[in-house]
Each structure stands twice: as C-alpha cells, then as structure tokens.
Write a protein that binds this ligand. Structure first.
Ligand code: G3H
Ligand code: 13P
Ligand code: ZN
Length: 325
C-alpha cells in the first residue's frame, strides 16, 4: 500500500515553483545524508522563512538506509512544528533517479517529488522513460523533474567526460511529450568541487545565460532547474587546506551568477558540495586544534552550526528565497 506524502506532511513542488517564478527567486534544493545535515537544512530554512526541497540521492539511500532517511524527513516535519518560528513548505525529492523502479519505490514510500535523470540516454529514450515516470507519479500528485543536456561530474560516470549544453530546440517537444513539471538544463554548471580548470587569478567562464534565455523563450513560465550549483566557497577551501586537507584548484559557480539565474525561470537550485565543504572544514579545524577530542557531538555539533549559517546566507543572498513564508 503506497504511503502518501501528504499524510507525512510534505508538499510537491508545484506551488513552490509557481511562487518562485512569480517572486523572482529559486527554491533551495539541499542534499542530506545524515542527521546533522538534515537538522541544519531545516533549522536554516525555518529561521530564514524559506521553502525547501530536501534531496535524497541514490547514494544517500544506500548510505543511510532508504527507510531511515524517509522517516528522518518525516521527523523533520514534526520537529519543524515545534519550532517557535513555525513551519515552512518542505518537499522530499529523489535526486538523480536513474530508473523507473527507483522513482516508483520513492513515490510509493512517501516522496513528494522525483527526478528521473535520463539525460545520458538518446533523446527518444530519455523522453519515453521520463513519460513513464510522469504517468505513474501524477496518479499520486507527485511532481517530476526531467533533464536535457549533460553536466560533467556525477552524470559523466554514465556517459560523458565533458558537459553537453542543453539544445534549446529540444525543450518544447520534451516538455510536451513527457508532461514533466520541471526541467534541469545544462548551461555550464557541473557537479562536485572542481567545476573548472582555471589557473590562480583567472576567473571562471560565465554561465551560458544565452542558452537559458532561448529555453525560456521556447517554454515561457516553465520551471527550470540548475544542478551543480555549489559555489565551492573559498573560505572553507582555505580552512580545509590550512588544517591538513588537500583541495587544490577547487572552484565553483560565482554566487552573483546564481542570483541572476534565480531571478529568471530557474526555480530550483541544487547545492550539495558546499555543505560537504563546510562540514569537512569545521571538523578538520576541531581535530587539528583539539586532538584529544573524541565526542562526535563536539565536532559534528559545531559543523552543524556552521552549516545553518551557510544555508541561511544562501537563502538570503543567492536563492532569494528567504522571507517568502
Ligand atoms: O548530484 C549529486 C549529488 O551531489 C549527490 O551526490 O550521489 O554522492 O550522494 P551523491
Ligand atoms: P553541487 O555538487 O554543485 O553541489 O551540485 C549538487 C547537485 O546538483 C545535486 O543534484
Ligand atoms: Zn545534480
């Protein structure tokens, strides 16, 4: 018997995106794999009055156990009700679903939104797989994100070493054919902490706003998603390197470019790596400064506090989603 996300207290992305489109901001989609990340995301979004999409990847399900993660999501909804600021809308979303079966399993177990990532497949195969997921998901009022174009990073495990920008000529047909609720596109972002090969002092190439504009012209008012949107915050890279880490030449997408994108039809911005960097930097610092510390609460707790600050700052200055609820 499928579990309804509505009973768990989640919402799908439909209304979130409609408001974001109208208000010229993007909804943050933050990944979580453990309790501290989840607490930080919820705390930050409640405090800054931002809607939020909690993202669970296939890797997160394998790492933390899919049943536990789902109930952690439900636990977060309950925790939010007890917070003095009051709740904000939360969607539970499958990030980079790679098969119909995985999407179905998430839909049946209480996810309010799923991504089917067929971007590495030939166009027609991507369209038919996406359509199949949409037909199943829409029976339960679950929203679906599709993808056209390939980002380098996680998706290149499947196919390409380099990104292939989205072809604007395909988007209208894809949206019509599949019935998807939102579309991830490739305009120069990529997954992970090493997004561009630049020499020190050189600036990173700008996002392809020209492609985004052409996409918007073809499907006006349709919600667009940006993956691979961490800025690879340099303060944390410095801290990681200062305290024994080695992350040379790690660079991301400048925050001003993301803010510009968030004002357009981009309604969802995916950020995972920046959270990873914050946790790593703080834990490294504590291990280095207090080598006798062995209580996980004494290093995971400060990492969680720093994550809250980082997510609030993203909501306020990058996504523009703060203060919307
Ligand atoms: O886009 C990928 C996300 O950052 C999730 O990464 O598959 O390592 O959990 P993961
Ligand atoms: P980053 O690696 O840039 O954080 O991207 C995350 C992402 O796209 C999750 O789907
Ligand atoms: Zn992604």
């Amino acid at each position: 018997m499928p579990v309804s996300y509505k009973e768990l207290g989640f919402v799908n992305t439909k209304e979130m995106f409609a408001k974001a489109m109208q208000g010229g901001y993007a909804v943050p989609a933050y990944n979580f794999n453990n309790m501290e990340q989840l607490q930080a995301i919820i705390t930050a979004c409640v405090r800054s009055r931002s809607p939020v999409i909690l993202q669970v990847s296939k890797g997160a399900r394998d790492y933390a156990n899919s049943t536990l993660l789902r109930w952690m999501g439900k636990g977060a909804i309950e925790m939010m009700k007890e917070m003095k600021e009051g709740p904000v809308p939360v969607a539970l979303h499958l990030d980079h679903g790679d098969s119909f079966e995985l999407c179905k399993s998430c839909i049946d177990s209480g996810f309010s939104s799923v991504m089917i990532d067929g971007s590495h497949l030939p166009y027609e195969e991507n369209a038919s797989l996406t359509k199949k997921v949409v037909e199943y998901a829409h029976q339960y009022d679950v929203t679906v994100e599709g993808e056209l174009g390939v980002l380098a990073g996680i998706e290149d495990e499947v196919q390409a070493e380099h990104s292939h920008y989205t072809d604007p000529a395909q988007v209208e047909d894809f949206v019509k054919k599949t019935g998807v609720d939102s579309l991830a596109i490739s305009i120069g972002t990529s997954h992970g902490a090493y997004k561009f090969k630049v020499k020190p002092g050189e600036s990173v190439p700008p996002l392809r706003f020209d492609i985004l504009e052409q996409v918007e012209k073809r499907i006006p008012g349709f919600p667009i998603v940006l993956h691979g949107a961490s800025s690879v915050l340099q303060d944390y890279i410095k801290m990681i390197n200062q305290y024994g880490g080695k992350m040379d030449n790690a660079v991301g997408i400048p925050e001003e470019q993301l803010r510009k994108a968030a004002k357009s039809a981009v309604c969802k911005i995916n950020i995972d790596s920046d959270g990873r960097l914050v946790m790593t930097a703080i834990i490294r610092k504590i291990f280095s400064e207090k080598p006798s510390e062995f209580d996980p609460r004494k290093y995971l707790g400060p990492a969680r506090e720093e994550l809250v600050k980082m997510y609030i700052s993203k909501n306020e200055t990058v996504l523009g989603s703060a203060g919307r609820y």
